[in-house]
Every structure is written in structure tokens, then in C-alpha cells.
Design a binder for this molecule. Structure first.
Ligand SMILES: [Zn+2]
Length: 490
């Protein structure tokens, strides 16, 4: 998710003051704003979705969301959006590996009208209550089943567990023109399809969306064709539910080519987002810079869809950028910087995903650091100005919000998770020097593509890669209530 106060926000004071005064307190800066499958079930070769296999764990921050009892391998979503009646009609086909024997399948889902449920082709009772769909059908550990849920209704959002002023309710949001967009970190996929809505259960996706003539449907994944007014997207790399997106509107489409021929698609609203188009067109430049630092972009395609939101989200292979910003050059430049942040997440967060929300710092620390290094390099800012920005921000944010390693469930994605962990990476960078630091960063993402990681695995990786023991430094930076004193790693 977009970061409230990236380095570029402080450029005014830094440049005017010639880097001689203390940087603005980042928080004071006005934020820009048990049974067997039915004998009638057709034989299904579940191995084709093997890449969607995960080891789900109960989330420690949001234990009510998602489950560790099942592992969704693949979601096939066939959706139809009717703007005039604001009705979403869907057929969701989930290929599920039960982790344990159980009397039912339980998924996260909003109260749509459920029009029919089958398990392995046999009708099964399905009931939705308190954002959970319970399908009564006994399942056996490691014997995959096919769940089909047909549903329709008007999308409704779910509250965001945050006190940030720049975030909105979570999930599929209907615009006044009858379009759709979604921001759904840390959860909210449940507002448009039945999901195991937590980060440890990644899966493959096929999404087909039918809209009326003149409208376009955009989703996460690789564009896989358009037939009439049905738009198809396919994810062959595993995706966490919070990284899926869906947008519907009267969009203009632009295509471009990124480094190494990566196909890019930009979707914007003519007459609304025109001034943001130059920043969309900088995508190849952003990606080229990111590849130089972190190695090859990890997916087969990319792009950005601009939506009627004030937020920004790194949704996989198709970034969702809110276009609701002040109409100033400074604000647009900051928007472009946020696009770099969301692209950086394709490496940090999307390809290598934190197992639970406890380690959101693993996403935001890296993405924020990449964003600020880009700003520093392209605008030729001094190392001293980056140092001053990070140390002032770290001190202020630890004081206000505590350390980044144990996030408060009621305050999702606060500044400490971004900047205090960024300051830690900056400290590791200074101790290792450029060559060893970027070798570490590249190895972290390139050697662990499509995996899930946590603090312990990060520390182990850093120590192995560098041959030095960073355990104390990392633990201290993640847990200390004040900025850590210098810890020199020999
Ligand atoms: Zn982010």
C-alpha cells in the first residue's frame, strides 16, 4: 500500500533549506492528504494447480480472517457486472486442498444471495453469516475438492482496521457512475468472491468479467484476451487474496513495453486522469531502474489501473492507483513516486510474500526504501539528506506508534511499519556497502520467488548471504521503542 510520507514529500523543505535544517517531523507534515468425494464427481487432475499449493497458517494479527484448515489451489471467477442495477453475478469455482478432515468448508464471504453450491458436482448446503460462507460437506485431508458457488447481489465494503486518514473502507466499491474498484489490504477479497482471505494461502487465478458495451473490466494477472465484452485475466504465479484487484469503468487503454519486452497496460479515465498519464508512461523507466537494483521483474506482465480512490495498492501484475489527488504538480510528482513504490512491491510483497500480517514491515520497509532510493538517485539528493529524513522519521514514529515488528491490529499499515523498517534496511545498507547490500536484496527476491517468508527466515537469509550475524541488529530495529543505538555487525 502507498506510503504516507515518502522522501519526495520533504523535497520542498530539503531543497529550499539546502539541507541545513532539521527535516520536518513526518507525522506533522500535512499528509496529502470426513467423507469421500461424491462417486459422481468427474475426475479432476489437481496437479495442474500445484503452483497454488500453500501451507496456510492462522493469521496472528487478524485471526478471524481466513483459515488454516484449507488451502485454495485455484480460483476460477466468472463475473458479470450490471452497472444499471449495480448487481454483481458470479460463479466461483475453487479447487481446494483440505488440510484436515472436517465436516464443512468455511471461507470468507460477504452476504451475497447464494444461488447454488456444489461440492464435486453434488449440491451442498451453503450459508453466509458474519462474513463467512459455511458449506456443509465433509472433506478429507489432502483429498482435493471442487467447490462451486453461484451468487448475486450488490457489493458492500467492510471496515478498514485503521486510523489512517487516507484509507477507505475495504473491498469492492461501486462508483456513482456505476463502475467498480477495490482496495483490499489486509482483507476484502471476500467482498467479491468466496476466499481464504489471509496472506498465507496464495493461489492461482482465472478471472473472466463481462460488462456492458463501452465498459472495460480490469483485473490482476496477465491479460488473456477479450471476447465481446468479456475480459479475461490469468495468474500463473501464486497470488495472495489481498493482491487481487477488479476495476470496471469506461476506460481508455494504453499499451507499452517494459524492460526485456514485458508487456504493460495502463488503464485511465479520459477527462479525469489525463494529467497522470505521463507518470503511467514512465513505467518502463521505473521498472528498468528497479530491475537494475533488484533483478528481473518477477511476473509476465504489468500495468496500472487508475481508480476513483485516494489510496494506492500493489495488486499483482496490475497496480491499482487512486486518482483522487489534489491537482498540483507536486502532488502528481508524489503520485509518480507512489507508482514506483507499488512497482517495487511486485518484488517485495507480491513475489516474496509475508506469511502473516505480523511481518508487513517486510513489504513496506523494502518498497519504501526502493521508492526513496529512486527519489534520491533521480533527483540527486545527498546521502546526508536521506539520513536526516530517515532518522527524524524513525524517532518520531517509534515515539508515536511503537516499533514496527508488532503491529497493532486496530492500526493497520501505520508509518512505523514503513519508515522504521526502511531505516533498518538503510542501516544494513550502510554496514554492507552498495555491492553487498544490493546482492543481498537481489538474492532475497530472486532466490525466493513465489514463496512466503517471515522475520526468522529473513534474519537467517541475511546472515547466510552476508556471512555476518545481523540477528541482534534486526531484532532490535524491529522491537525497540526508540531508535536503536549503533550496533556494529562484524
Ligand atoms: Zn506499500
Amino acid at each position: 500500500m502507498r506510503h504516507r510520507v515518502p522522501l519526495i514529500m520533504l523535497l520542498g523543505p530539503l531543497l529550499v533549506a539546502g539541507c541545513t535544517t532539521d527535516p520536518t517531523d513526518p507525522e506533522a507534515t500535512p499528509s496529502a492528504p470426513t467423507a469421500t468425494p461424491s462417486p459422481t464427481a468427474p475426475a479432476v487432475d489437481y496437479t495442474v494447480w500445484q503452483a497454488g499449493r500453500s501451507t496456510p497458517v492462522a493469521d496472528k494479527v487478524y485471526p478471524a480472517r481466513g483459515t488454516d484448515a484449507l488451502d485454495v489451489l485455484h480460483y476460477d471467477l466468472e463475473l458479470d457486472w450490471a452497472p444499471s442495477t449495480k448487481t454483481l453475478t458470479g460463479t466461483a469455482t475453487l479447487r481446494i486442498r483440505p488440510v484436515e478432515n472436517a465436516p464443512s468448508l468455511v471461507l470468507d464471504f460477504m452476504p451475497y444471495q447464494v444461488d447454488g453450491v456444489t461440492v464435486d458436482g453434488s449440491p451442498a448446503p451453503g450459508a453466509v453469516a458474519r462474513e463467512k460462507l459455511t458449506v456443509t460437506a465433509p472433506v478429507v485431508a489432502d483429498q482435493p475438492v471442487t467447490l462451486v458457488v453461484k451468487y448475486h447481489g450488490s457489493p458492500k465494503t467492510t471496515p478498514m482496521p485503521s486510523q489512517r486518514k487516507d484509507v477507505e473502507a475495504l473491498g469492492l466499491t461501486v462508483t456513482k457512475e456505476g463502475g467498480l474498484w477495490t482496495m483490499q489490504e489486509p482483507f476484502g477479497a471476500l467482498t467479491w468472491y468466496p476466499a481464504n482471505d489471509q496472506p498465507s494461502d496464495e493461489a492461482l487465478y482465472d478471472i473472466r468479467v463481462t460488462v456492458p458495451a463501452g465498459w472495460s473490466a480490469i483485473a490482476s494477472g496477465t491479460p488473456a484476451g477479450q471476447s465481446g465484452t468479456t475480459f479475461t485475466y490469468r495468474s500463473t504465479d501464486p497470488v495472495a487474496t489481498y493482491l487481487t484487484t477488479l476495476a470496471v469503468g469506461k476506460y481508455q487503454k494504453l499499451t507499452a513495453t517494459g524492460p526485456r519486452g514485458i508487456p504493460l497496460t495502463y488503464w485511465y479515465r479520459k477527462g479525469v486522469d489525463d494529467k497522470l498519464v505521463p507518470y503511467l508512461k514512465k513505467s518502463p523507466q521505473y521498472l528498468t531502474w528497479l530491475e537494475k537494483k533488484f533483478g528481473p521483474y518477477p511476473f509476465p506482465s504489468g500495468g496500472v489501473v487508475v481508480v476513483d480512490s485516494a489510496s494506492g495498492m500493489e495488486t499483482q501484475q496490475m497496480i491499482t492507483m487512486g486518482g483522487k489527488i489534489e491537482n498540483t504538480r507536486a502532488r502528481r510528482d508524489r503520485w509518480g513516486s507512489d507508482v514506483v513504490h507499488e512497482y517495487a512491491h511486485q518484488w517485495f510483497g507480491n513475489s516474496v510474500t509475508p506469511t502473516t500480517w505480523t511481518d508487513l514491515w517486510l513489504n513496506e520497509g523494502w518498497a519504501s526504501y526502493a521508492q526513496d532510493l529512486y527519489t534520491q538517485e533521480t533527483l540527486k539528493l545527498s546521502d546526508a539528506s536521506l539520513d536526516r529524513y530517515l532518522s527524524a522519521a524513525d524517532a518520531a514514529l517509534r515515539k508515536k506508534l511503537g516499533p514496527p515488528g508488532k503491529p497493532d491490529p486496530k492500526r493497520f499499515a501505520e508509518g512505523n511499519v514503513y519508515l522504521c523498517s526502511e531505516a533498518m534496511l538503510h542501516e544494513i545498507h550502510k554496514q554492507l556497502g552498495d555491492k553487498a547490500f544490493f546482492a543481498l536484496a537481489r538474492a532475497w527476491v530472486q532466490e525466493q520467488r513465489n514463496t512466503q517468508q517471515d522475520r526468522a527466515s529473513f534474519i537467517a537469509f541475511v546472515n547466510k548471504q552476508t556471512g555476518r550475524d545481523f540477528t541482534k541488529l534486526i531484532d532490535t530495529w524491529l522491537d525497540s521503542k526508540t531508535t536503536p543505538k549503533k550496533i556494529t555487525v562484524a
